[in-house]
Design a protein. Structure first.
Lengths: 310, 419
């Protein structure tokens, strides 16, 4: 129902978004994954008609929305990266204001406010000023405000940045429910691959303004079909042993933590023999070993040589 | 529109910092300036207290006698002659001047000391007295001759005033003028009963306080009010900037409401706030400092009219500032405005010091600031509630408002499209 065609945005010296073509089908949940500065927010601003593209097009049901943004704006619920709320007003007052902007009034308005507050689990604290909320609660109201006019498509720009795990889970669960149970089409932007993995059917991976990979989660992970991630835990920290292990021939990437070590190795490589041999030589005890399935994080690492969080 | 307005006004009411600037500050300044600068305005009577030396070179009794004997020589019917003689005693101008200076309203203002001419001149020189009034020799006789017998060539008073006390000597001059008018009045009454043609009675007897010049509290209530309404422009523009930075503005754009609705709501919110602000400032000043008399409906109607026009103009100014703030995407606009431009406008508009002594160019600019024009409208209404005197300043305020409005519309993005 919604697509972008070679969407491009140039700022003075940067190409923030470079020939990005995305597609959202009705009822789908699509992830836009990329590190900070990848161009996700810029792309979303153009899709939601807030920013004029340098070139390319945004279409809703096959019709360009650049000249006549009205239809698109009615259909979209946009959750911006920032908390786009009046801090000095309560959650209730914010929702009332935004609801009235969309022409709601009277009973219908009150009902809708109750519904969205319930949705984000803030019904009992709706009278408090937004500035007194925790970051997580603010994020939830931020979502509620985008839901006031019963949008068909929900576009979220990193809605979980800087919030506590509890609020984060609540939010993710809410979004999942909206998508699964109410058939809401979702475009979810994040640099947290776990979120995208959990929520989205299909994923676009962006870096430096370009889409560098796209597909279902399985399709993307197939990129890593020739690799394995091995995770080893020891009884205590052995820096020298960790160094030795990372130097074993064939090991492509290591990530050491306090008592554990993550190794990315080619599929079929016989690591365990040398692992136990070295451990014994350092007097170390292996407490746990398992081979992980690759994550989207690993996909990104493979594609760009960097982690999403850098 | 309602949604925008309620929200804008609610936000302002919750902003303690803005409320301080919009209400507490001007009120504080009214109090401070009103008290400390009492005296530079002619309406502040205490400041006009003066010491007056009265030099009587005239012998009153002799003068009256002389007039009475010339009445005897006129061969009038005995009753008439008797009446005129009595009038000569009771209407003695010397006594009348003393009783005028002792009358209520003036008594508190003027302290009189009788002395000889030399001593009086010395005292004036040494600034022990502010002015000297001299009744020259033959004053009583020639004044009575003029008053009762219609002889030409009236008596003259001499007024000597020290330099630099112009407002005081002005007051004194008007007292003496009053006196002369009084004397004329007496004379016409006296002559009605006597011989000669009655002269026209000129007006009633006015007292000096009936003119009600501006007091320092009135001056600064108006001065601060017209200055601090300008801060509403900053407050509203700052709010717009916050909306833009916090991306609430984006959300408003997403609702696909006509952007002009947003702008006009800001203007109307600003105008309403200005009206409330003016109401509170004038009201509080009246209650606490007795700045104005509460009882005249017409007076307040005029004040309300000026306030509404001023509110309209500031609303337009606010719209312009909002448009500019959104355009440059920075709160520098309201910051610069409240830090510098307002003070400048307030100064040339006469909020701090009366513009009487200013160069013509500054007064001309001041006349074209909404605050300056409103200030002169308020004062002219206070001094003389004549609606015709308001058309000039009020149309200037409107015109300036319209210019701001046009500028606001020119720079505000009106299309709803992606921008
Ligand atoms: N208004 C702007 N002016 C200039 N450069 C910008 C602007 N907005 C974003 N950029 C640049 O475009 C790139 C992409 O930014 P953004 O879309 O915010 O990335 P993301 O949301 O993925 O973190 C960044 O390099 C950023 O500095
Ligand atoms: Mg972003």
């Amino acid at each position: 129902m919604l697509e972008t065609d070679k969407l491009t945005k140039k700022f003075k010296d940067t190409v923030a978004v470079n020939n990005v073509s995305l597609e959202l089908k009705k009822g789908e949940s699509v992830g836009l994954l990329g590190p900070n500065g990848a161009g996700k927010s810029t792309a979303i601003a153009m899709i939601s008609t807030l920013l004029k593209p340098s070139s390319g097009d945004v279409r809703l049901h096959g019709k360009s929305v650049l000249k006549e943004p009205g239809d698109m704006r009615r259909v979209l619920g946009v959750v911006p990266q920032k908390i786009a709320l009046y801090e000095e007003l309560s959650a209730y007052e914010n929702l009332k204001f935004f609801g009235r902007l969309y022409g709601l009034s009277g009973n219908k308005l009150e009902q809708r406010i109750d519904y969205v507050l319930d949705l984000v689990g803030l019904a009992d604290r709706k009278k408090e000023l937004v500035k007194h909320y925790s970051g997580g609660m603010q994020r939830r109201v931020n979502l509620a405000a985008a839901m006031m006019h019963e949008p068909e498509v929900l576009i979220m720009d990193e809605p979980t940045v800087g919030i506590d795990p509890q609020s984060r889970n609540h939010l993710l669960e809410t979004i999942r429910r909206l998508n699964h149970e109410e058939g809401m089409t979702v475009l979810y932007t994040s640099h947290y691959m776990e979120e995208v993995e959990k929520l989205c059917d299909r994923v676009y991976i962006m870096d430096h303004g370009k889409v560098i990979a796209e597909g279902t989660k399985e399709e993307l992970k197939a990129i890593l079909s020739d690799q394995e991630t091995v995770w080893i835990e020891f009884d205590q920290s052995y820096p020298e042993l960790f160094k030795k292990l990372s130097e074993i021939e064939g090991v492509q990437h290591t990530d050491a933590e306090e008592r554990s070590l993550k190794l990315i190795i080619p599929k079929g490589m016989r690591l365990l023999a040398s692992l136990f041999h070295e451990a014994e030589r350092h007097g170390a005890q292996v407490t746990n070993v398992h081979v992980q399935t690759p994550t989207l994080e690993d996909v990104f690492l493979r594609l760009t040589g960097r982690t999403l969080r850098d | 529109m309602g949604a925008f307005l309620i929200k804008d006004i609610m936000l302002l009411l919750r902003d303690r910092y803005e409320l301080m600037i919009l209400l507490a500050m001007p009120f504080l300044l009214i109090a401070i300036l009103g008290f400390s600068l009492r005296g530079i305005f002619s309406g502040d009577l205490e400041a006009l207290e003066m010491d007056l030396a009265l030099v009587a070179e005239d012998n009153e009794a002799q003068g009256i006698e002389a007039v009475q004997s010339s009445i005897d020589e006129m061969n009038l019917p005995p009753e008439n002659a008797q009446a005129l003689k009595r009038a000569a005693e009771s209407a003695s101008p010397h006594a009348m001047l003393l009783s005028l200076l002792n009358s209520e309203g003036i008594r508190d203002l003027v302290a009189i000391e009788q002395m000889g001419r030399e001593q009086a001149e010395e005292s004036l020189e040494a600034q022990r007295v502010d002015a000297v009034v001299i009744l020259p020799e033959g004053f009583t006789q020639s004044a009575l001759n003029n008053m009762l017998l219609g002889a030409s060539g009236g008596a003259e008073l001499e007024l000597l005033a020290a330099d630099g006390s112009s407002s005081k000597s002005e007051v004194l001059a008007s007292i003496l003028e009053e006196f002369v008018r009084n004397v004329n009045f007496e004379s016409s009454i006296s002559r009605l009963s006597g011989a000669g043609d009655p002269v026209e009675i000129s007006g009633g007897i006015e007292t000096i306080t009936a003119q009600e010049p501006i007091t320092s509290f009135q001056y600064y209530t108006v001065g601060m009010a017209v200055m601090f309404v300008l801060f509403v422009g900053s407050a509203v523009a700052r709010q717009a900037n916050l909306e833009q930075r916090q991306m609430v503005f984006e959300r408003i754009r997403l609702s696909n409401r006509p952007p002009l609705l947003y702008l006009s709501s800001k203007a109307i919110a600003a105008a309403s706030i200005v009206l409330v602000q003016l109401l509170l400032l004038f009201g509080l000043s009246m209650l606490l400092f007795q700045t104005f008399e509460a009882d005249s409906g017409t007076f307040w109607l005029g004040i309300a009219l000026i306030s509404i026009v001023l509110a309209f103009s500031v609303g337009c100014l606010a719209a312009f500032m909002v448009a500019l703030t959104l355009k440059v995407e920075s709160d520098a606009v309201p910051a610069i405005f409240s830090a510098g431009v307002i003070s400048l406008m307030a100064f040339v508009g006469g909020s701090f010091v009366p513009l009487d002594g200013m160069p013509e160019s500054i007064r001309a600019i001041g006349n074209w600031t909404p605050n300056g024009a409103a200030l002169s409208a308020y004062f002219s209404w206070m001094l003389d509630p004549d609606i015709r005197q308001l058309t000039g300043p009020l149309s200037r305020i409107c015109l300036v408002g319209l210019v701001f409005l046009a500028a606001a519309l020119a720079i505000f993005p009106r299309k709803g499209g992606a921008a």
